[in-house]
Design a protein around this ligand. Structure first.
Ligand SMILES: *[C@@H]1O[C@H](CO)[C@@H](O)[C@H](O)[C@H]1NC(C)=O
Ligand SMILES: *[C@@H]1O[C@H](CO)[C@@H](O)[C@H](O)[C@H]1NC(C)=O
Length: 288
């Protein structure tokens, strides 16, 4: 998957209401009735879609609020004949956004779901690229609520070498000393130290590499620079507004882990050690 074009963007949470979808009753029942032969039939359906409408731009969202935001935006126009295909428990919506062929899907949260979903997309659909958007936490005080970040790098920060208590040695990657955060006073702690580890990355046509900073597809990153001038909304209605208009920011670093991060001290650590500005649970999996 390494050479797949992928642009990763993090958008603020959008309020959304429930979506209306057309149901392909026949296909659904078939899928439940028989396993493998149905997937062959589904593949034939997807192959026809690829021939007629491909290549597609895939949009991957992690959870319902993010998926609903797209559906209720009015931008997505479902394909009249095949509005969606259900495969491997996920629903792939087929249609267009401003005449560009798109397939949109809710992957489910965290890396495993995101990775599986991207693999299914790549196995079945003829893709021109993948756009991932969704909510992210901020680890950067210079970002205001509602800001849109188009990161230049994403790291997976959930892979650790948890060191033996009192172990000594030089670390290649930043480490977190748990005792440093003792209250009311810094000190030692049996949980010791955690050293961050790079990811194992399989580049297409190359051999296994250890990579810490993953990079979205650079041509798309260049393209995304045009978003910098987009004027963002900052009011839900006439009385419910952010204190100021948020901005689109490019070139920051993001961190992904299978962790919902609500802890300010750890957020500060990530920012200080890795210069990370946003934290989420899927981006790194999508880039990989
Ligand atoms: C504006 O939106 C907020 C948040 O959704 C809601 O609580 C409030 O009632 C709305 N106000 C008006 C005037 O619609
Ligand atoms: C951290 O990121 C900001 C924004 O991209 C950049 O200006 C700054 O030089 C970076 N600092 C370090 C230590 O990498």
């Amino acid at each position: 998957m390494g050479s797949s074009p992928a642009a990763v963007a993090s958008l603020p949470r959008l309020t959304a209401v429930a979506t209306l979808l057309v149901l392909l009753v026949g296909q659904q029942q078939q899928q439940q009735a028989s396993g493998l032969s149905t997937y062959r039939q589904l593949r034939a359906v997807v192959d026809r879609l690829n021939e007629r409408h491909g290549p597609f731009l895939a949009m991957v969202m992690a959870y319902s609020v993010e998926a609903d935001a797209l559906q209720t935006s009015g931008e997505f126009v479902a394909n009249a004949a095949v509005p969606f295909v259900d495969m491997f428990g996920r629903r792939f919506h087929v249609g267009t956004i401003r005449r560009v062929s798109v397939v949109t899907v809710m992957s489910g949260q965290r890396r495993l779901n995101a990775g599986i979903t991207v693999q299914i997309l790549m196995d079945y659909f003829d893709l021109g690229g993948i756009v991932h958007y969704g909510t992210a936490g901020s680890a950067d005080d210079s970002l205001s609520f509602g800001a849109v970040s188009v990161p230049k790098y994403v790291a997976f920060t959930g892979s650790w070498n948890w060191k033996r208590f009192n172990s000594i040695g030089v670390d290649d990657f930043p480490e977190l000393s748990v005792g440093y955060y003792n209250t009311p006073k810094r000190g030692e702690n049996l949980l010791g130290r955690i050293e961050f580890k790079p990811e194992e990355f399989f580049p297409v046509g190359g051999s296994l590499e250890e990579v810490f900073w993953l990079e979205p597809f650079s041509a798309w990153y260049q393209l995304a620079q045009k978003l910098e001038d987009v004027v963002l909304d900052y009011c839900v209605n006439s009385t419910y507004c952010l204190p100021s208009r948020p901005k689109v920011v490019l070139g920051l670093r993001g961190a992904t882990a299978d962790i919902f991060l609500g802890n300010a001290a750890y957020r500060r650590f990530l920012h200080n050690e890795f210069n990370v500005s946003t934290v989420d649970e899927e981006s790194a999996a999508i880039v990989m």
